[in-house]
Design a protein around this ligand. Structure first.
Ligand code: FES
Length: 574
């Protein structure tokens, strides 16, 4: 019989001397019997539960089901908390702390006696921060999403998280909805535990987890309160124990093929632009060559199959009942748009996982031959306004604006925008291009979701619902519009966006991937001489962030976090 491999956790628990006693004795204060330290896999359950992260508020319950599975399979589960990023609560923006949380995750995993990890993820930034941190350690790892909320309802009409808020707030500003009605709708939107139930960033990233092969099939769409979400948690617990026995590590799953699958899947689900920065950062952590151009080359011509808000009409609950992500992946596989041989955490290939998927509602998940929106993946724009690139999500925009030339109406920062956008004397009409500066990673700092700038009330009153908008910011995955985002280099780093002035003409041509500022180079050079960078923060994490954050085209990670250090602890004081 082959000798049982000594697991990493035995470096803590396997010693007979004083140090082994110390490691075991203190854990025994929780009532664990001695035989649990006999060399069985120790599974960390990395939990982003927090009452300040409402989307992850049910995660202690989910963790209990993971533990059931771990116990059943002969493992020893140890749950631990990490920094949790609540999108709707955390100021100034949750994205500022994604990299900080990833550092917490990385060091918590490496520094503890763990052989494998289950990542409990839900609200937008909790998914990338956990994946990124875990990737830099590279233990056997499974991602488990907490699941979306049930559909919202108001006056018998479905309400989508985020998307309906943007729509209703524009209705209020245009005088079509009263404040009282808005308030009443608020209570009908978030009807259950779970994260946003539109195809916003949380559901996009849960889909990315499944498409990357990092989660069990079904991870993306099972509602948070459906009993099958708990079954999924239990199965995840069982499976991670076997992954430790097989030494199936994250780097064997997160290959170039996995990222290519994820990009195409993002297009097919009408996924969030935030996936761009998160997957770029994740690939750089695990060591896969993958860049912004890949997003366009691989995904922009892929059609959107899923009729979900914000690109469409339905919600995640409908998506699950229609068959969920496996149906989308099967459609992509049939068109050779999926690397079917990519390995997933259940030990099977993604092709094997989805080959028997069935669709139960073609109104929600279209076939590839009759897509919901053709060629709808994220497009990467270039030009003198964004030499390092900018992104646009055509499936959420207005096709008639995809080729547009307009006069710039410039806002120096988000405070300037908020102060003036409602001003009736603002010189703006629907043909103008709204330009927002200083909202990139360094500029805000933290690259907030403000790129989908609200339209001026006087434009809204005409019944206009979209205008071209350009910034170095991000946009909520639940938002929509002809919005150019992530312009890089960002304005606070001296990118050309910083040099735009009111009245400049800007040309957007999505088909030609062009974003052009019609100002002579000589004039831009003059403006550059007069430009000074905004003052940076004096201290603390924010200073570390601003000093080290890279551009959006590199995933906005901190430069010193790129790559992985593995699971070996550098020094051991015990
Ligand atoms: Fe948490 Fe949308 S606010 S997922």
């Amino acid at each position: 019989m082959a000798e049982k491999k000594k697991l990493r956790s035995q470096e803590w628990f396997g010693s007979k001397g004083m140090h082994g006693v110390i490691h075991r004795a203190w854990l025994k204060n929780q009532g664990y019997p001695h035989d649990l330290f006999d060399g069985r896999p120790v599974i960390g359950i990395c939990n982003t539960w927090s009452e300040t992260t409402p989307c992850n508020g049910h995660f202690r319950e989910i963790a209990e089901w993971v533990k059931r599975g771990v116990w059943e399979a002969g493992g020893f589960p140890l749950e631990f908390p990490v920094m949790s990023l609540g999108e709707t609560m955390l100021r100034p923006t949750a994205m500022l702390f994604r990299n900080l949380a990833s550092m917490d995750v990385e060091e918590s995993i490496r520094g503890n006696p763990l052989d494998g990890v289950v990542l409990l993820m839900g609200c937008d930034k909790t998914t990338p921060s956990l994946l990124m941190g875990a990737a830099s350690v590279d233990l056997p790892t499974i991602g488990l999403s907490g699941g979306p909320m049930l559909k919202g309802y108001y006056k018998n009409q479905p309400l989508g998280s985020g998307t309906s808020v943007w729509q209703m707030s524009e209705d209020v500003r245009a005088g079509k909805m009263s404040d009282e009605e808005f308030l009443a709708a608020e209570s009908g939107m978030s009807r259950s535990k779970g994260h946003c139930m539109t195809m916003g960033t949380a559901s996009t990233m849960a889909s990315m987890v499944e498409a990357l092969g990092m989660g069990l099939p079904g991870n993306a769409a099972i509602p948070a309160v459906d009993s099958r979400r708990y079954t999924q948690a239990q199965l995840t617990g069982r499976r991670i124990v076997q992954m430790v026995h097989d030494d199936l590590r994250m780097s064997q799953i997160l290959t170039r093929k996995a990222f290519e699958n994820a990009v195409r899947t993002n297009a097919a689900i009408g996924g969030s632009t935030n996936a761009v920065v998160h997957l770029l950062a994740l690939a750089a952590r695990i060591g896969v060559e993958f860049n912004l151009k890949d997003w366009d080359d691989l995904g922009s011509h892929v059609s959107c199959l899923v009729n979900l808000q914000p690109s469409g009409k339905h919600l995640m609950e409908d998506f699950y009942y229609a068959g969920g992500l496996p149906v989308v992946l099967k459609e992509l596989a049939a068109k050779k748009l999926l690397h079917e041989d990519a390995l997933t955490v259940n030990g099977k290939t993604i092709g094997e996982n989805v080959k028997n998927a069935e669709c139960w509602n073609r109104e929600v998940i279209h076939t590839y031959d009759r897509p919901f929106k053709p060629e709808a993946g994220i497009a990467v724009l270039k030009g003198n306004l964004a030499p390092n690139g900018a992104v646009i999500k055509p499936s959420a925009g207005t096709p008639s604006l995809f080729k547009h030339r307009g006069r710039a109406v410039v806002f120096e920062n988000i405070e300037d925008f908020n102060a003036r956008i409602g001003d009736e004397s603002l010189d703006v009409d629907e043909t103008c291009v709204l330009v927002l500066k200083n909202c990139g990673p360094k500029g805000y700092p933290g690259m907030p979701e403000v790129g989908n700038m609200a339209l001026p009330p006087k434009v809204l009153r005409k019944g206009i619902t979209d205008m071209v908008r350009i910034s170095d910011a991000r946009m909520s995955g639940t938002a929509y519009g002809t919005v150019v985002l992530h312009a890089s280099p960002e304005s606070a780093a001296g990118g050309p966006l910083a040099l735009v002035e009111n009245g400049d003409m800007i040309e957007l041509d999505v088909a030609a991937r062009k974003l052009h500022l019609e100002v002579d180079d000589a004039i831009l050079a003059e403006r550059r001489k007069a430009w000074t960078p905004p003052p940076g923060p004096a201290r603390g994490y924010v200073k570390l962030y601003v000093d080290h954050v890279m551009g959006a085209e590199k995933g906005a990670d901190l430069d010193f976090l790129v790559g992985k250090s593995g699971s070996k602890v550098a020094r051991d004081s015990h």
